[in-house]
Design a protein around this ligand. Structure first.
Ligand code: ZN
Length: 249
């Protein structure tokens, strides 16, 4: 499932390859992915405009056009951006832009849970997990009785952290996912933020959250890659969670 690092890689590929290109055709026929827009509405708004910028906050991405509207894209549970590829079979390209030069930007998504929408509403998206300041992180994460992992996953509190990045971050910070978020000291919150930034940076560089140092060990019989203890598995914040009971306290 795409988390912040996967979306950032998608955004960067659009920034590298799509900016400045004029849109001549828009495939917006999938009324579920393009809801609430009827077919043709996104197309008529975007056709003729050039892409000017690609932005991201958390898992939300939006493309700004020159003198035109903003297009929000969400990768959902399994989507990805394919630049200048051939169209996918079985309508797996749920939304696509075609450029004057013959190239193409596709939202490819077998499960059809991505979104394409004009003028996306970002009011309920929290500050980006990779960019949040130390002060804002302490204030937003370090409160309440919810387990720390649930707090990290709350997209209105902090945007971009999904299940794998949360486990990787808590393991790096040596903090238990079960700790009530409001009971962390400032030093622990700062350590958590440093770990989150490092885990995010590594995932962007290496190709995704699945490349995390803990992730390959999140399975039955898995051991902590740092101390060798048997990892524990439980459902925390509604998600399957793995952690090291010796070091993560
Ligand atoms: Zn350990």
């Amino acid at each position: 499932m795409p988390e912040l690092p996967e979306v950032e890689r998608a955004r960067a590929s659009i920034e590298r390859s799509a900016l400045g290109r004029r849109i001549v055709v828009v495939d917006d026929r999938d009324t579920f992915v393009c809801r609430p827009h009827p077919p043709g509405e996104i197309a008529s708004a975007l056709t003729g405009h050039r892409l000017a910028a690609a932005h991201r906050r958390g898992k939300a991405m939006w493309l700004v056009t020159e003198d035109g509207p903003t297009l929000g894209l969400h990768l959902g549970m399994s989507g990805r951006i394919v630049m200048d590829g051939k169209p996918a079979p079985r309508n797996w390209d749920r939304f696509a832009l075609e450029f004057e030069d013959g190239g193409r930007l596709a939202l490819r998504d077998k499960r059809r849970l991505g979104r394409a929408v004009l003028e996306p509403d970002l009011s309920r998206v929290g500050p980006d997990a990779a960019e949040i300041t130390r002060t804002a992180f302490r204030r937003r994460i370090g409160r309440g009785s919810a387990p720390l992992k649930a707090r990290l996953l709350d997209q209105a509190t902090l945007a971009g952290v999904g299940n794998l990045l949360a486990d990787e971050t808590l393991w790096r910070a040596e903090l238990s996912p079960l700790r009530p978020a409001g009971e962390l000291s400032e030093a622990e919150l700062d350590r958590l933020r440093v770990a989150l930034r490092a885990a995010t940076r590594d995932a962007i560089r290496l190709g995704g959250v699945h490349k995390g140092r803990l992730i390959a060990h999140r399975r039955g019989g898995g051991r902590c890659p740092r101390c060798g203890a048997d990892l524990i598995r439980a459902t925390v914040g509604g998600r399957t969670t793995w952690w090291c009971p010796v070091e993560q306290v």
